[in-house]
Design a protein around this ligand. Sequence first.
Ligand code: ZN
Length: 133
Amino acid sequence: MKKIEHIGIAVKDLEVSNLIFEKLLGVAPYKSETIENQSVTTSFFEIGSHKIELLEATNPESPIVKFLEKKGEGVHHIAFLVEDIKLEIKRLKSEGFVVLNETPQIGADNKWVAFLHPKNTNGVLIEICQEIK
Ligand code: ZN
C-alpha cells in the first residue's frame, strides 16, 4: 500500500455535488467518466496528491443505489494505491480479508481496482487500485 489514492463519496445528484465540491475545494473536477461495469458515473477532484471521487448511480441496480438506501449520501470507500494489485489481493486474502472481486476490474481514472468486503474492515469499504500502464 503506497498511499491513500482517493476517497469515494456516494451522491444522489452528481451535477449538484460537483458544484458543492467545486465551491468547497476551489477547483473544478478534472475528469468525469461513466464506468458501465460498475454502474456509476464518477467525477474526480485533485487536492495535492490526493483525490476525491464523487459517485452517482447510472441505474437502479447500481451498488450506489443500495448504499444510498441504507446509509444515505456520504463516504462510500477509501482507496489505496498499490504497486501490484494481484500480489496485494493474494496478500490480503492470506491475511483473512474477503476480496469482493478476485480478478481486478477496470475502474475509473485509468485504474485496475478490487474491493474488500467491509465486514472485515470495521464497516469501511476498501478499494485497492493500480495505475493501468
Ligand atoms: Zn474509488
